[in-house]
Design a protein around this ligand. Sequence first.
Ligand code: ZN
Ligand code: ZN
Length: 173
Amino acid sequence: MIARTDLVFVRCTADGRTLLGPTSREQGARWVGAYAPHAEAWELILVASCQCCGSLDVVVRAGVQHRCERHRDRNPCLVDGCRRTIAAGRNELADDQSICGAHWRRYVPPGSPLRRTYNRFFRLARRHGWTPGLIRRFERFWTGMAARVRRQAAEGFVDQREIDRLFGWSEAA
Ligand SMILES: [Zn+2]
Ligand SMILES: [Zn+2]
């Protein structure tokens, strides 16, 4: 997965001059697109930046995750554009594993199907422990939930039926 705040430089392939950047991938691609007849003359150079704040002063690199000094043990809220960060604690650095309190309450409110499903995992874990099977299902749940929350945040609406379909518990649990 491409880290969401990674930035690019647009560089001239002929003489290596930097023509634009650092800027977002979209901006860089758009700029190159505007020069389409000569597109082969430009290249996008990906530069690492802190996923929490966009700083180019990266001191931590863990796979595609990059962090500045201030955010070396923080994770960004998974909602794009949210500037809140969450302590990584014992979890690994990631940009889709944490959600801030405000967005959690907004997109996974108490009583919603997502929250009920989430709570159900913890009820099962209390009863039977975090078995490998339960962990696998929880990870699947979280991935789907993160994708939903991101889409909702981008589109601003909730399709209840889709949530039911995605997270309905058909298997006996
Ligand atoms: Zn940072
Ligand atoms: Zn947030």
